[in-house]
Design a binder for this molecule. Structure first.
Ligand SMILES: CC(C)(COP(=O)(O)OP(=O)(O)OC[C@H]1O[C@@H](n2cnc3c(N)ncnc32)[C@H](O)[C@@H]1OP(=O)(O)O)[C@@H](O)C(=O)NCCC(=O)NCCS
Length: 169
């Protein structure tokens, strides 16, 4: 399988915040943002693997800034690291200043997707090689995040999470 780069999976979804998508104080409803991020991440995972992909876990979501009604919101997704059958997808969310058009960072999230065959069985995905400094940083940290996710899901013994443990030693 050919080695790919994060840019090969880059996916951007841009949309408005409409009244039906807001909470009682007129900011984007968290579940709506999660759904937009899931869609963008799913397309990025599909672009990387060219397979059917399913969401395995949502590892991290930070709703750092409220996104008001009427905002133009861009969700950018890129595969940050691959393992055997799973892919970590890093999401960056921006709003757009109406007058200057400048992008303002609003949120970040990290999802894990798994490539599967027609029967839903996990299948291998192409390896990935990060290129930019940010991509390299995210690639390096992804193994610790995978171990944390597996430990929390009770799919890994904490004693086996060596890279994660090293953070605390
Ligand atoms: C995700 C799913 C395919 C994993 O299947 P499984 O039988 O657990 O298979 P495995 O144990 O071999 O895990 C497959 C990969 O997922 C990873 N994985 C599983 N659970 C994970 C979790 N909670 N966090 C991070 N990675 C996880 C495994 O580490 C493995 O990665 P690797 O092959 O790259 O090392 C299966 O649980 C599933 O189909 N879940 C439902 C998915 C779904 O419906 N999503 C929402 C709608 S799309």
């Amino acid at each position: 399988m050919d080695i790919k780069h994060p840019k090969d999976s880059k996916t951007e979804l841009t949309d408005l915040v409409l009244p039906s998508e807001t909470n009682p104080i007129n900011n984007l409803f968290g579940g709506e943002l999660l759904a937009r991020m899931d869609r963008a991440a799913s397309i990025a995972a599909r672009r990387h693997s060219r397979r059917i992909v399913v969401t395995a876990s949502v590892n991290h979501v930070a709703f750092n800034k409220a996104i008001p009604l009427g905002s133009v919101v861009t969700v950018q997704a890129k595969v940050s690291r691959t393992f055997k059958t799973s892919m970590e997808i890093y999401l960056d969310v921006w709003t757009e200043d109406r007058e200057s058009g400048r992008r303002l960072k609003a949120n970040e999230a990290i999802y894990t997707f798994v490539a599967v065959d027609d029967m839903g069985n996990p299948v291998p995905v192409p390896k990935i090689e990060p290129e930019t400094d940010l991509e390299k940083e995210r690639y390096e940290a992804a193994l610790r995040r995978k171990q944390l996710s597996l430990v929390l899901a009770k799919k890994m013994d904490p004693h086996e999470a060596t890279e994660l443990k090293a953070l605390f030693q």
